[in-house]
Design a protein around this ligand. Structure first.
Ligand SMILES: [Zn+2]
Length: 384
């Protein structure tokens, strides 16, 4: 059995231990010690990293009553080693885990929902709850959670007796065997948990819900906690500052600024559509009413414009085809006719020139990788 030192002292970073065994596994050497401060992955909290003498600990796993340290090099069974847990990483996990307890406890108390899933990622934490929450409800829970943080309460981890447990109300993710460890945040949460937590709530730092989405029949909240919340704030602050400078509006007005800019863009788009319409009318002015076919090439038209131009031409001719693009990059096209079967013609066109696309009479559209000369030759061959 490995003595799990982190259960008694979550702040222990350095320790000495004896190597009980070392075996080569799939992902590295699996080293078992008589005692360890390394936390193995569990209850949503990721495993620790660190060092055993000069050997790197790549992962830490539970194996029944033992803790496996997955290492890049072997250690001799029977030898004494000095262990060192990578503290920055562990402390982030402690902040995130403790923050999650507080928010989950408060949501449970306020709205009666259970935490049904918890995941600590590299950059954020997600918590799944069994019911839906409104924006106001999330804001209320978040505010209460931060009040608990600022009141700097002591977080306790204890092993109550069976008798004490029976009369205790606590949150539990699953049935736990053996001694149950109860983690208490006074006024916020009582929960059975095997993870590592900070001593006092003030060490957690800010708790911020950054997004929410439906998940199963409930909700998934994404949280930033502690140093991670500050990192997130810093990133968002830098972005807001940059956008504010670009729009020449104060940071608290950037959403309005973007909205205004979108309105301007829409007005420009409308003006552009009107101008294009005039241009198309000019372009089609010279086309003789009732002529047999008209093939037109024009650079830089989008698909809607290609269709509109083809429509205008087709009002005067039996057959119209509009191509937009260039020889190097190919063309998108629209063909239409009120008298001919353009579907059949398009099929042949695509076959001869390796094009693609289709549609229904009287109009088809597609794209082709061919030169202007090749395209013109096709129509001259087919239609004279
Ligand atoms: Zn916990």
């Amino acid at each position: 059995m490995t003595d799990r030192l982190y259960n008694k002292d979550a702040y222990l970073q350095d320790f000495d231990a004896e190597v009980l065994s070392c075996e080569e596994g799939k992902k590295g050497y699996e080293i078992v010690l008589d005692r360890t401060a390394f936390f193995p992955e569990g209850g949503g909290q990721p495993a620790d990293r660190g060092w055993l003498d000069g050997v790197e600990v790549l992962d830490v796993r539970d194996k029944k009553e033992y803790v496996l340290h997955i290492c890049d090099k072997p250690l001799k069974a029977g030898s004494r080693v000095h262990g060192n847990v990578e503290w920055n990483r562990r402390f982030l996990h402690m902040q995130q885990h403790s923050g999650e307890h507080i928010l989950s406890g408060i949501i449970h108390r306020l709205f009666g929902y259970d935490n049904i899933g918890f995941h600590m990622g590299k950059d954020f934490v997600t918590v799944d709850f069994s019911g839906l929450l409104t924006e106001e409800q999330i804001a209320k829970a978040e505010k209460e959670a931060n009040e608990v943080v600022f009141s700097n309460r002591e977080i306790k981890a204890e092993y109550p007796s069976r008798q004490e447990l029976a009369s205790l109300e606590y949150r539990s993710k699953k049935e736990i065997e053996g001694d149950i460890r109860i983690v208490t945040v006074p006024g916020a949460d009582v929960c059975a948990c095997c993870g590592t937590h900070v001593h006092r709530t003030g060490e957690i730092g800010p708790i911020k819900v950054i997004s929410d989405e439906h998940y199963k029949s409930g909700i998934r909240l994404t949280l930033e906690v502690g140093w991670k919340a500050l990192e997130d704030y810093d990133m968002k602050h830098r972005n807001a500052k940059e956008i504010s400078a670009l729009l020449s509006v104060p940071p608290e007005m950037i959403a309005d600024g973007v909205e205004k800019q979108q309105e301007q863009i829409q007005a420009l788009k409308n003006a552009n559509i009107a101008l294009k319409q005039k241009l198309f009318e000019k372009m089609t002015e010279g086309i003789e009413e009732g002529s047999r076919k008209e093939i037109l090439f024009q650079e830089d038209l989008n698909s809607v414009e290609v269709r509109r131009l083809a429509d205008l031409i087709c009002a005067k001719t039996e057959f119209a085809a509009v191509f937009s693009g260039c020889d190097e990059e190919g063309y998108k096209y629209v063909m239409c006719s009120n008298t001919m079967d353009v579907v059949a013609l398009g099929k042949e066109f695509n076959k001869v020139l390796n094009g693609r696309g289709g549609g229904k009479n009287p109009m088809i559209q597609g794209s082709v990788q061919a030169s202007q000369d090749e395209i013109r030759n096709f129509f001259t061959d087919k239609m004279g």
